[in-house]
Design a protein around this ligand. Structure first.
Ligand SMILES: [Zn+2]
Length: 89
């Protein structure tokens, strides 16, 4: 699988896509969201909700062991970064 330049930036360089720019933000289709890097199933459409943040948001992952959370205190804010457990360092 080859990543697009934006996917590479987000998945391998710990980047963040601009808010309200993702193609799945307003997606209402039922299904499972897979990691673009390793294809692991991460989130169900059942857990998707409109957070108003500009990024797709989920109440919980399909399996807590398939994601990792890290506290990000940059920019004077306290945020929780959630990413696939298979993210390369
Ligand atoms: Zn992954």
């Amino acid at each position: 699988m080859r990543l697009s330049s934006r996917q590479f930036y987000v998945l391998r360089c710990r980047g963040t896509e601009p808010p309200f720019s993702g193609k799945y933000l307003r997606n209402k289709e039922k299904g499972v969201y897979h990691c673009a890097g390793c294809d692991a199933p991460l989130f169900s459409s059942e857990a998707k909700f409109n957070s108003g943040t500009g990024w797709p948001s989920f109440t919980e992952p399909i399996d807590k062991t398939s994601i990792e959370e890290e506290i990000d205190t940059s920019f004077g804010m306290i945020r929780t970064e959630v990413h696939c457990i298979n993210l390369l360092p």
